[in-house]
Unconditional design. Structure first.
Length: 535
């Protein structure tokens, strides 16, 4: 079963569902979360004291439970209690666990620092610096906006301690929805998150703050998370989406792909998209290029297995003419892709319009074709087949007409809904979204993949999978993951850079790894397990 992902609102709904469906109490959930946190903290800390920073919400309550369990196991613990500037009482469950900690204090070694200003925070920093582990239980998934006051000061102290940090549920200051950090945030060595994964742990910059990620189910059954729209796109899920090749299959059974790409100035884009399709397993790949770019494309390392066909051109790019016989061939394809390297001429625009109006069953639009689509969005609304789009950040902002600081997940879902398309929003933690609001976050990839032509490879790969996988959301998900995994394989060994061709060359190995079902083993411990990457 796929691992579900929650945003801030979804995380709250899970807690409420658990209380309604499973007869669990908030106190029980807090106890389970704190107990799992204590177990992991004990493992990560090694010998030495542990300092637990507790805010005055439910996240702080989890920290209080963890501190009690650590104390009862013989650990020397310092609990830093942040005061409430508004003077209000903490949530009842948090208050109950504070009383339980105070009651247990007589039987263990625990110091409690109540902090309401700079002097107390200086003491807290001193305690943290002398510890082997700091537990961050200051702010949880319900927090909104930039941290202020004592919460802000606590984050500064935690980051200044120089000690390994375990964050509870999500690093304090990191938005659960993902997206930009509104103020400052804790930089954790590890994060243990409860009930379900949080979007902010897998979207930058939150992913870089979370460190190693552990999931503690805390007794909440899967049914409580069924309403969530998000899933983690990992090796297991991707492998379940890729169809296995039958022993009796021939090339016609493996997907017929048509690619419209390239120009005199950008012949490599056509070559890379064709390579992505063929290395991605397409049975047949026919590439259509401008007549004037035919020789440059063939001279740019084109795979011999690619069928290359020239189309009418002018000034080194497509003229916009679509011969009837070519239209007939394109309509026989299982998937068609257009955009890589076609340029932004009037002829290219006319050809994009004609291809959309032609209406192949599945159409992948990328690169320059997205630029035209942003100028003429009604093309997408009139398209009759399955539309797939693979924008990077700049392209997506043009498609949505206005810049925004919203989380990548929000923008990807907005784009999918606006254009009625399946969208892969490329970048760190690529987000795949469909018009209904479902989304998946790719748990693979690295910064070395930000290289010219990387997106062209994905375009061809997406066409190859769309030609074989009926559901366009699943096809795009499989392509996005295998593309990212191929980038990880190419980057192994600490290389300083990789090329788009390296990504393409590693597509067969990445797909084979996904289909093998050999996910990097999860480190299972009492009450939690680690979320690992395949490479």
């Amino acid at each position: 079963m796929a691992l579900r992902i929650a945003d801030r609102i979804g995380a709250g709904k899970i807690d409420r569902s658990a209380l309604q469906l499973c007869s669990l109490t908030g106190l029980q959930l807090m106890e389970n979360a704190g107990a799992a946190s204590a177990c992991l903290a004990d493992e990560l800390a090694g010998p030495g004291a542990i300092t637990v920073f507790c805010g005055n919400g439910k996240n702080g309550g989890d920290g209080l439970v963890a501190a009690r369990h650590l104390m009862c196991s013989g650990r020397k613990v310092t609990v830093v209690l942040l005061g409430r500037p508004d003077g209000k009482e903490p949530p009842s469950d948090t208050k109950a666990n504070l009383m339980a900690l105070l009651k247990s204090k007589e039987n263990g070694s625990v110091a409690i620092l109540e902090v309401d200003g700079p002097a107390g925070m200086a003491q807290a920093l001193f305690a943290a610096t002398g510890s082997s582990l700091v537990v961050d239980a200051v702010l949880g998934t319900g927090a909104k906006g930039a941290p202020e006051g004592l919460a802000q000061d606590a984050i500064t102290a935690i980051n200044s301690s120089g000690v390994k940090v375990l964050a509870l549920d999500i690093p304090s200051g990191c938005p659960a929805d993902g997206g930009p950090i509104p103020g400052s945030a804790v930089k954790a060595y590890a994060t243990i998150t409860f009930a379900t994964l949080k979007a902010g742990l897998f979207s930058e910059p939150g992913a870089s703050l979370a460190g190693r990620i552990f999931l503690a189910p805390i007794g909440i059954p899967d049914i409580a998370a069924e309403h969530l729209a998000g899933e983690l796109l990992d090796l297991d899920l991707a492998g379940s989406l890729i169809p296995r090749r039958q022993s009796w299959a021939h090339k016609g059974d493996l997907g017929r792909v048509g690619l419209i790409a390239g120009s005199v100035n950008m012949p490599g884009a056509a070559v890379l998209s064709a390579k992505g399709a063929l290395k991605g397993g397409a049975g047949l790949c026919e590439l259509f290029v401008p007549q004037e770019a035919y020789a440059p494309v063939l001279g740019s390392g084109m795979l011999a297995e690619t069928m290359v066909r020239p189309l009418p051109s002018e000034e080194g790019a497509f003229s916009g003419e679509l011969p009837d016989d070519v239209a007939e061939v394109l309509m026989s394809k299982d998937a068609v892709a257009i955009g890589p390297g076609i340029g932004r001429t009037q002829g290219a625009w006319d050809l994009v319009r004609k291809i959309v109006e032609l209406g192949p069953d599945k159409l992948i639009i990328d690169a320059d074709a997205l630029w035209f689509l942003a100028k003429e969005p009604e093309l997408a609304l009139d398209f009759r087949g399955d539309l797939i789009m693979t924008p990077h950040g700049g392209e997506l902002e043009r498609l949505l007409t206005s810049p925004s600081s919203d989380a990548r997940i929000v923008r990807a879902r907005e784009c999918a809904a606006t254009y009625g398309a399946c969208v892969a929003f490329k970048g760190p933690g690529t987000v795949v979204a469909e018009p209904s609001g479902r989304f998946r976050i790719v748990h693979a990839g690295n910064s070395l993949m930000a290289t010219p032509g990387s997106g062209d490879v994905l375009t061809g790969l997406a066409a190859a999978y769309a030609a074989r996988i009926e559901d366009p959301f699943d096809a795009l998900s499989a392509a996005a993951y295998v593309h990212s995994l191929a980038g990880d394989i190419a980057a192994k060994g600490g290389v300083a850079s990789i090329l788009a061709g390296d990504i393409a060359d590693n597509l067969p190995g990445a797909a084979s790894l996904a289909c093998s079902g050999k996910q990097a083993p999860k480190t299972r411990k009492t009450g939690y397990f680690e979320i690992t990457r395949a490479v």
